[in-house]
Write a protein that binds this ligand. Structure first.
Ligand SMILES: Cc1cc2nc3c(=O)[nH]c(=O)nc-3n(C[C@H](O)[C@H](O)[C@H](O)COP(=O)(O)OP(=O)(O)OC[C@H]3O[C@@H](n4cnc5c(N)ncnc54)[C@H](O)[C@@H]3O)c2cc1C
Length: 385
């Protein structure tokens, strides 16, 4: 057992692993092939409490610590990144900022509905002009007679376009201050007239997770739907991304573990030159390197989670965990395919899906390049961005 974990953490891991093996494993490839998001499977994950893991019980959650949440995402990604993405996005990006920055009214109205798995909440930051540059937002919200009137659009938004999608937190420009955009975060239910979503298909990865575009045309919500205070949008979004990075890191760790376990097993079964390929030193050393990278990834990720739970600053460690876990996921999945040889290149082999699914992890919620900038800043190299 990892020194930072308790028996309760390991029991929780066991529960999620059993669920993922029993309910997800057999259908993950089918959903991926069809590019289908499954509301049924999402609801089953909801019954297990996976949509409000760290939220206090009074709001309908499980009240678990960050480590438990990260273990859950890791175990899901060990089997299927699409389901892990649905859970991670909802917990970290969807309900996370509502719990952290919401008023009591916002929390008590929204969270109990959003902890069930019946309703998903999205995080709308990215736009065509706002990717890594989060200040590139063009979506506008104008205050008019006690309502925000919103116009604009968002792209690549997880959990935004399925039948379970219930709304989104948007970053919008609410004015100009000293020549700079004033950015605010606003809660916008999907039922608001002028709110439209469109599914984005043709993805290389996370094919069974829901990704969509959002459009807002004179969309009116009450002034009280502001999250936090006016002008606090970028702070809320960036703080949310610090936590979100832990869950992307967990997806990298879980995916790497799944790929490693599959390739270890295969290397023991596949015989060439009269012996299992695991007996060739070059294959054994690949497996040793994979195992070591996974161990190191686990250490930085679990450390960052403990720091978060202790109330310490954890943005540097979250950036390192996301960067390292996502990069070793790529290396491990790549070596796993190498161990499988040509068999790993075909869709009837699960490792092919893992090889595709790892690719977003170095891009979403801070690209590897941006994370290196974040980490450099902690070295006092402030000239970067
Ligand atoms: C499946 C999926 C789900 C997603 N879910 C969400 C979601 O739920 N909510 C949401 O808001 N967004 C979401 N995103 C968007 C994602 O977070 C962004 O795509 C990501 O932040 C990168 O932005 P970009 O694609 O515009 O790349 P760009 O910012 O255009 O970057 C392109 C390249 O330039 C590099 N680059 C950019 N600026 C710099 C710089 N200053 N220095 C060095 N290099 C730089 C980048 O590192 C990258 O290599 C999702 C994306 C996908 C694919």
């Amino acid at each position: 057992m990892h020194p930072l974990l308790t028996t309760a953490h390991e029991q929780y891991r066991h529960t999620i692993r059993e669920f993922a093996e029993a309910e997800i494993k057999a259908i993950a490839g089918i959903l991926d092939d069809a590019g289908t998001f499954s509301p049924e499977l999402t609801r089953k994950m909801g019954i297990l409490g996976l949509f409000g893991i760290t939220i206090p019980e009074q709001y309908g959650g499980l009240n678990k610590d960050t480590l438990s949440y990260i273990i859950a995402v890791e175990e899901l990604a060990r089997i299927d990144s699409s389901q892990a993405a649905t859970v991670a996005s909802h917990n970290s990006l969807g309900i996370g900022p509502i719990y952290e920055f919401g008023t009591e009214k916002q929390k008590s109205e929204l969270l109990p509905q959003l902890c069930t798995g019946d309703k998903l909440w999205a995080f709308g930051l990215t736009e065509e002009t706002a990717g890594s540059d989060v200040r590139g937002t063009k979506t506008e919200a104008r205050l008019e007679n006690g309502s925000w009137v919103i116009n604009g659009s968002k792209i690549f938004i997880t959990n935004s376009s399925s039948e379970l999608s219930y709304g989104a937190t948007l970053q919008a420009v609410t004015g100009m201050k000293n020549g700079e955009k004033e950015l605010s975060a606003i809660l916008v239910p999907r039922s608001t007239p002028g709110y439209r979503s469109e599914r984005t298909g043709n993805k290389m990865m996370w094919r069974a997770a829901d990704t969509g575009k959002l459009f807002f045309e004179n969309c009116r919500v009450p002034e009280e739907n502001l999250l936090g205070t006016r002008g606090m949008g970028a702070k809320i979004m960036l703080k949310t991304l610090d936590s979100g990075r832990l869950s992307i890191a967990a997806m990298g760790l879980g995916l790497a573990r799944g790929a490693f376990e599959m390739s270890l097993d295969y290397s023991r079964r596949r015989e060439q030159f009269g012996q299992p390929i695991a007996r060739f030193q070059s294959i054994a050393f690949k497996l040793a390197d994979m195992d070591m990278k996974i161990e190191l990834a686990r250490n930085i990720l679990y450390k960052a989670c403990v720091m978060k739970d202790r109330g310490e600053l954890f943005a540097r460690e979250a950036a390192m965990a996301k960067l390292y876990c996502s990069e070793i996921a790529r290396e491990v999945a790549d070596e796993a395919v190498q161990i499988y040889g040509s068999y790993g290149l075909f869709k009837d082999n699960t490792i092919e899906r893992f090889y595709r699914d790892q690719r977003i992890l170095q891009i979403g919620e801070g690209t590897s390049e941006i994370l290196r900038i974040v980490i450099s800043r902690y070295l006092g190299l402030k000239h970067l961005l």
